[in-house]
Ligand binder design. Structure first.
Ligand SMILES: Nc1ncnc2c1ncn2[C@@H]1O[C@H](COP(=O)(O)OP(=O)(O)OP(=O)(O)O)[C@@H](O)[C@H]1O
Ligand SMILES: [Mg+2]
Length: 325
């Protein structure tokens, strides 16, 4: 069966001086139909650059060096802005961390949701408002007739995020990308939005990429999880297995940093060191080697080939054939 999305050897770089530094370095993964896939990793790992590349909203200084991104077999990279405007919202939607920056402050929220239908010509004009109101109810908003005419600044953060979700889903896109959709919200609202996601994923026909720096949050709603470090994918596995048996030392470190995870009562662990800035990373070896408790000489020299077992993929010399052949 063809995967919904196939990303192959994608590299995205920023230039400094006359050198290119990969913020996303040779990543490959697939997203299945109706799958909810998480991407997790510390700040600066390249999660957002990956997401932005998938929806064609590249930072003007970001350069796609190589790779391919195929949606049901159709290449998405290097489309014109014209093509992207037909794809975005209809085939692929995105939800951002801060809805205020994505919503138009001058247009009522109802109209903004409805506009998606209008832009893509998805319903008869006389039916559009009704569909919009129904969608607003589906994302858990109340008094939707009244709310339809409100402006973004009149709503709470949680309500604005629900508006964004309604906008993203109203065209029933094949794929939804949510980039830290709950990070800006307080804990109670965050839990509500996560519950909404969990509820929506039953009704919604498409697939989801859910991005967060919080492994626990990601694991609670995703089938499968990608762990990124310094622009590289270091591990991919099912959410359950990743939590119960992390393979990569970085995944293990992220797990130990979760307060509730197994070691209740013990002092909270932090992975020693910090993610180096883009220009100071190891691009040939494993970028995590500096901070890794299990580092070997080879880790500094070559990035490991993927080691696959079941539905787990690990990029770590501890699991390479050369060590376990
Ligand atoms: N406009 C830019 N110019 C130069 N480098 C950039 C730019 N935007 C991002 N980067 C670099 O790309 C890397 C990846 O950034 P990205 O925003 O994808 O990280 P992230 O994983 O989404 O982090 P966060 O959790 O903080 O959102 C960062 O290390 C950063 O140094
Ligand atoms: Mg980000």
């Amino acid at each position: 069966m063809m995967e919904l999305l196939e990303v192959n050897h994608l590299r995205v770089a920023f230039s400094e001086g006359n050198k290119d530094y990969c913020a996303v370095n040779d990543i490959s993964f697939t997203l299945g139909e109706k799958e909810v896939l998480g991407i997790v990793g510390e700040s600066g790992c390249g999660k957002s650059i990956t997401a932005q590349t998938l929806v064609g909203i590249q930072h003007p200084k970001a350069k796609i060096l190589s790779g391919s991104v195929k949606l049901r077999g159709k290449e998405l990279l290097h489309q014109t802005e014209d093509e992207w405007s037909k794809i975005r919202g209809k085939e692929i939607s995105m939800i951002f961390q801060e809805p205020m920056t994505a919503l138009n402050p001058l247009m009522s929220v109802g109209r903004q949701i409805q506009e998606v239908l209008w832009v893509h010509g998805l319903a008869k004009e006389k039916n559009q408002k009704e569909i919009t109101l129904k969608m607003m109810e589906d994302v858990g908003l109340r008094d939707v007739e009244e709310l339809y005419n409100s402006y973004p600044h009149e709503l709470s953060g949680g309500m604005r995020q629900r508006i964004m979700i309604a906008m993203a889903l109203i065209a029933n896109p094949k794929m939804l990308i949510a980039d830290e959709p709950t990070t800006a919200l307080d804990a109670t609202i965050q839990a509500q939005i996560l519950r909404l996601f969990n509820r929506m994923k039953e009704a919604y026909e498409g697939s989801v990429i859910f991005i967060s720096h919080d492994l626990e949050v990601v694991a609670s709603i995703c089938h499968r999880v990608i762990v990124m470090y310094a622009g590289r994918i270091v591990e991919i596995g099912s959410a359950d297995e990743l939590l119960s048996h992390p393979c990569h030392p970085y995944t293990f470190g992220l797990l130990r940093a979760i307060p509730s995870y197994k070691m209740r009562g013990k002092r909270l662990y932090n992975i020693p060191g910090t993610l180096p800035p883009l220009a100071e990373r190891n691009f040939t070896g494993c970028p995590f080697c500096d901070r890794c408790e299990k580092k070997m000489k080879i880790c500094f020299e070559v990035f490991p080939k993927p080691f696959e077992r079941g539905n787990r993929t690990v990029y770590c010399h501890l699991f390479g054939e050369e060590n376990h052949g």
